[in-house]
Design a protein around this ligand. Structure first.
Ligand SMILES: [Zn+2]
Length: 318
């Protein structure tokens, strides 16, 4: 049985070569790149050995989220993105069948983001991009992003939503690792809701969007989100169907750390919408991903196969 992982982080060697030798990488120093975790420093060959030990056949690599840098000037962010993306492009070439890629994009400039996505899709054989739940505070339903969504749809790119650093929970408390454990899920739920209520999913019905961390609280909260659409005029300004009608317009990774939550996700969105994500090599990763999926007593063998590889095989042509 194969295993294809869509939620994987990479700290590029081109960054490490600079910062570990006392220089900066387009202004970024060694505090970026999470190098306190030794796995982030590993070469592609070391990474492949670890993938083999876990039973992972293909990693769909994204540059680490600290490299988004949407708050820098566009030329700096573009240079960071291009270097990171080029390294992943080289890994795809050097190790055929083992790596694929999701690009880093300068999202604060929609035209530059489209250009880089086009380059990565058409020249580097990428499958899409990874972006934050907001761009300097703007959610992705903002009209400024309509040309981006149009290009994403036309290019057939997969977009993986993933937070970076602070989340909405950070404003309330930074204690107990809650900005991550609760905040990631909250940010993802906001992304689902803003794209749906903002009419983005209606305007671009062929978008392929994956909500990481199981889509956050989307499935558990969808009843209340629907109720808001029923009773509040402002909630139905852009959409004529209830938000729950859009659940199957998205894909979701399996990072729930809970068998019953994964079962609920599958029952809510359909097994064809759930894919393998691991968060490798972050501390909050699934340690032994295929083993964890295979050990789930509440899933059929067909469902396990769909999550581990069949859905992404079909979706990304891997
Ligand atoms: Zn992650």
């Amino acid at each position: 049985m194969r295993a294809i992982d869509i939620h994987v982080h990479l700290t590029p060697q081109c960054f490490q070569r600079e910062v570990l030798n006392g220089r900066t990488f387009h202004g970024l120093d060694a505090t970026y790149g999470e190098l306190d975790n030794p796995r982030h420093a590993w070469t592609p060959e070391q990474r492949l050995l670890d993938m083999d030990s876990m039973g992972i056949d293909v990693q769909v690599l994204s540059p680490g989220v600290s490299f988004y840098k949407y708050d820098a000037d566009v030329s700096t962010t573009s240079a960071i993105a291009q270097d990171c993306n080029n390294e992943i492009g080289q890994m795809i070439k050097d190790f055929p069948g083992r790596f694929s890629g999701l690009a880093n994009l300068p999202m604060q400039d929609v035209s530059a983001a489209i250009d880089e996505l086009d380059r990565c899709m058409n020249k580097l054989n990428f499958k899409g991009a990874q972006i934050n739940d907001h761009v300097n505070g703007k959610t992705l339903d903002d009209p400024v992003f309509l040309p981006f969504w149009k290009a994403v749809e036309q290019l057939g790119a997969m977009i993986l939503f993933h937070q970076s650093g602070s989340t909405v929970v950070s404003a309330r408390t930074k204690k107990y690792h809650l900005p991550n454990t609760i905040g990631n899920l909250t940010d993802r739920t906001i992304t689902f809701a803003t794209l749906v209520f903002g009419g983005v999913m209606d305007k671009f019905p062929n978008l392929r969007i994956c909500l990481s961390h199981g889509g956050g609280y989307t499935c558990f909260g969808i009843g209340r989100i629907d109720r808001g659409w029923e009773v509040k005029r402002e909630a139905c300004a852009n959409i004529s169907r209830p938000p729950s009608a859009y659940l199957r317009a998205f894909y979701y990774d399996c990072i729930t750390f809970s068998g019953p939550a994964l079962r609920m996700l599958i029952d809510t969105v359909g097994i064809d919408r759930v894919v393998l994500g691991t968060d490798y090599p972050a501390p909050m990763r699934i340690d032994w991903p295929p083993s964890w999926i295979l050990a789930q007593k509440g899933l059929t063998l067909e469902e396990k196969e769909a999550i581990l590889y069949k859905n992404l095989e079909k979706l990304l042509g891997l």
